[in-house]
Design a protein around this ligand. Structure first.
Ligand code: COA
Length: 164
């Protein structure tokens, strides 16, 4: 049987414990998981592409629970990236009904662009269902404690970036 490869894409600005939860869930089903750091042209990120790639890679490599997971950057369309890496499945997290419309639009468009790539949705652990990268940044900008929402490595990079 073919190796089952999944791509878990995101902007990861920054990666949160909710993203890590979805990556772990994908890992439990697939032989190999590629965390794909991409660009969402409608967002102005805090961390640039190179930084997001580096931070995401550091987080994944430092987590002993994450084996057979690698981090790569996406240049261009996600479906082309999946095809070029032999992945037939894209995994996304679905936190609440509010995610659904956006995800549905992306899923249909990705299918239109490449009908051979399937999109699979996974629910995060309930305590992460309200979490987002924007909320984490908002708490941090206001000097709140984000230690239960993001890996330690992310806090260090946020402090460096914002000179806290
Ligand atoms: N836990 C916590 N937060 C989560 C989450 C989870 N399980 N799942 C999603 N989120 C949050 C993120 O933190 C993020 O929050 P933010 O909006 O406050 O930053 C938001 O939900 C979604 O962001 P993310 O998961 O990083 O993905 P995205 O929606 O920004 O990513 C891409 C979209 C990158 C996958 C998409 O733009 C893409 O495919 N780009 C490549 C180019 C392409 O092919 N475009 C055509 C697409 S049809």
């Amino acid at each position: 049987m073919d190796n089952r490869i999944a791509v878990v894409p995101g902007t990861f600005d920054p990666i949160t414990n909710g993203h890590v939860d979805i990556i772990k869930r994908a890992q439990s089903i697939f032989d190999h998981v590629i965390v794909a750091v991409a660009t969402n042209s409608s967002k102005i990120p805090l961390f640039n592409f190179k930084e997001r790639l580096m931070i995401t890679r550091e987080v994944i490599n430092a987590n002993p629970c994450l084996k057979n997971v690698e981090v790569k950057g996406v240049n261009g369309l996600l479906v082309d990236f999946a095809k070029n890496h032999g992945a037939k499945v894209i995994v996304r997290g679905l936190r609440a009904v509010s995610d659904f419309e956006y995800e549905l639009q992306m899923a249909f468009m990705n299918r239109r662009l490449n009908k051979n790539v399937e999109i699979m949705y996974m629910m995060p652990y309930i305590k992460f269902s309200f979490l987002s990268s924007s909320i984490v940044k908002e708490i941090f900008y206001n000097k709140g404690d984000i230690s239960q929402f993001v890996p330690e490595i992310v806090i260090k990079h946020m402090k460096d970036k914002l000179k806290y």
